[in-house]
Design a protein around this ligand. Structure first.
Ligand SMILES: Cc1ncc(C[n+]2csc(CCOP(=O)(O)OP(=O)(O)O)c2C)c(N)n1
Length: 323
């Protein structure tokens, strides 16, 4: 366990968790509208993968806040987006599910289940045709692996030798549907193994995810071929703020929480002497301050003006259409 990584992972996972706890509170207060999907419990996947991937294009799903934070997008810009404010990453027009920041090579937040998979393959293939070697990372849930475009993407990526890392976050549920009710396999890497190298890792262990993604990155960029990683994880919260989450037993939740990724890193880090109680205290305070400032920033930012309504959309004649 390398000290600098343990410290970075602790900070980013703690930032992600506290950000989401606060987002939930702000949603309940009515400061955040629309949809809100939390990834509390899944921090090791989002942080380990983003840091392990390093530079390059990332495409993710609607459960996107922690990916954006781990990418280095400032918490205040992410929070402002959730609040629908003009200072948000998508100018307040995307909301929680549509975080987007090309400067950080961050291409979604995409709300259509699985749609980011062909987008990522297309982006990686375009790069390859232009003579670049950088790989692309795409993250998606277990539910997305039952969609047709998932298989089409695996196939195209294998046939055209596209340098893309497919990262499947298997949290066992697609809203309230447990994976074994809708999928022939519950070990989801099996769905990809005939197309490309495919592995399964413990998604509650940030170092395991980090190592797997780092290795995959090297593979896709040196071989110019795709790679598949299944990370087994768990979301503690219901699917979204509009889901009661009563399809999981308290016992199941309790067992999952016993493998909490942040607590595990803390325990192991302290035991190995790469984290110290002082460091943890300093980071906890830093995170608290950062979140407080993010909320203040979001609250004090203006909403987008009316003339923003028809900007940043595909239809160039919309103004005529609506007038
Ligand atoms: C094409 C499509 N079908 C249905 C939905 C509604 N929907 C939103 S999230 C979701 C479940 C997806 O589950 P999973 O891929 O496992 O991701 P998780 O939410 O667990 O992270 C569904 C069915 C959608 N957004 N897009």
């Amino acid at each position: 366990m390398i000290k600098s990584y343990a410290e970075q992972f602790y900070y980013l996972m703690k930032l992600g968790r506290e950000f989401e706890i606060r987002a939930k509170e702000e949603y309940m207060k009515g400061n955040i509208g629309g949809f809100l999907h939390l990834a509390i419990g899944e921090e090791a996947v989002h942080v380990g993968a983003t840091v392990g991937f390093g530079k390059g294009d990332i495409f993710v799903h609607y459960r996107d806040h922690i990916y954006a934070l781990a990418r280095g997008i400032p918490a205040k810009e992410v929070m402002a987006e959730l609040f629908g404010k003009v200072t948000g990453v998508s100018k307040g027009k995307g909301g929680s599910m549509h975080l987007y920041h090309p400067k950080y090579n961050f291409y979604g937040g995409i709300a259509i289940v699985g749609a980011q998979i062909p987008h990522a393959v297309g982006a990686a293939y375009a790069r390859k045709l232009l003579g670049h070697t950088e790989g692309v990372l795409v993250a998606f849930g277990d539910g997305a692996t039952n969609a047709g475009n998932f298989y089409e993407s695996l196939n195209l990526a294998a046939v055209y030798k596209v340098p893309v890392i497919f990262l499947c976050e298997n949290n066992y549920y697609a809203i309230g549907t447990r994976i074994d009710r809708v999928s022939a396999f519950s070990d989801l890497y099996l769905k990809a193994k005939d197309y490309m190298p495919a592995i399964s890792v413990d998604g509650m262990d940030v170092f395991e995810v980090f190592n797997a993604v780092s290795k995959a990155k090297e593979y896709v960029e040196t071989e110019s071929k795709p790679y598949f990683i299944e990370a087994k994880t768990y979301r503690y919260e219901p699917h979204s703020m509009s889901d009661g989450g009563d399809y999981r037993s308290p016992r199941e939740l309790k067992i999952a929480k016993e493998r909490d990724p942040i607590e595990r890193l803390k325990e192991k880090g302290l035991e190995k002497g790469v984290l110290t109680p002082e460091f943890i205290k300093t980071i906890d305070e830093k995170v608290e301050k950062e979140i407080e400032e993010a909320v203040e920033f979001a609250l004090n930012s203006p909403e987008p003006s009316e003339d923003e309504l028809y900007k940043d959309i595909y239809c160039e004649v919309c103004e005529d259409v609506v007038s």
